[in-house]
Ligand binder design. Structure first.
Ligand code: URA
Length: 234
């Protein structure tokens, strides 16, 4: 599968001309796809389509990509790795090398990962001041005591970084399972927090980032493009 999008969306993103202007250009027959004038603004185009306005081609590099991926166990959150498969290896798209990760997951963590080549978008999302909530499903080696709820809400001092973690919401789901909401993303943060209460994380899964949840029908290893509404949600 390659990333495809509707023609009006591609044009709208180009030079931020907006969808109305994009429609006007199509109606005026100023837009061609693979050399042929098009009249359908909802035509699906992909990386291989040569889209031009007034004969001037819109280069693929100008196409912004935003996608979500269900990271499986064993795949690394990196763009390159000498030993292991990376999230980029899972994406079949000629422009995949242009992508970067919006927040990493450990190799043995599963769940929602966002990738993009839109630096402004990822910067906004990663900015500590935006405090985008990230929700994790956690399984642990030992039972999780009720007292953990308060401890996670108060935060833990991490000596290496000399910081105290922001208040986090812990919801205990069963003796060995919890849902944890963080508003930041420190190195191995969930594992380190559970370590601080003398427990150990045995499995970790990211369910959501901001308002975006991993869809149930997106299998481990699968990915899809974000919709305009999902992109604008951050
Ligand atoms: N916290 C962790 O410890 N690991 C992850 O992969 C994500 C958050």
């Amino acid at each position: 599968m390659t990333l495809s999008m509707k023609l009006d969306r591609l044009l709208a993103k180009h030079d931020s001309m907006g969808r109305n202007r994009a429609r006007e250009l199509v109606v005026a027959r100023r837009v061609t796809v693979d050399g042929v004038p098009v009249l359908r603004i909802d035509l699906e185009v992909d990386r291989f389509s040569r889209v031009a306005v007034d004969g001037i081609e819109i280069r693929p590099a100008e196409r912004l990509i935003h996608l979500m991926l269900h990271k499986p166990v064993g795949v690394v959150s990196a763009t390159r790795d000498a030993e292991h498969r990376t999230v980029i290896d899972l994406i079949e798209d000629p422009d995949r090398e242009s992508l970067h990760l919006v927040g990493r997951l450990d190799r043995n963590t599963t769940g929602l990962v966002l990738l993009t080549n839109d630096g402004r978008w990822s910067k906004r999302l990663m900015d500590p001041s935006s405090k985008v909530p990230k929700v994790y499903r956690v399984a642990t080696r030992d039972p999780i005591p009720e007292s953990a709820i308060q401890a996670f809400a108060e935060g833990f001092h991490f000596h290496t970084e000399n910081l105290t973690t922001l208040p986090a919401e812990l919801e205990i789901l069963s003796s060995h399972e919890a849902r944890l909401t963080l508003h930041e993303g420190r190195y191995h943060q969930v594992k380190r927090m559970f370590h601080r209460i003398g427990n150990r994380v045995t499995s970790l899964h990211r369910e959501s980032i901001g308002g975006l949840s991993l869809p149930e029908d997106l299998a481990p290893g699968a990915w899809r493009a974000l919709t305009d509404r999902e992109i604008a949600g951050f």
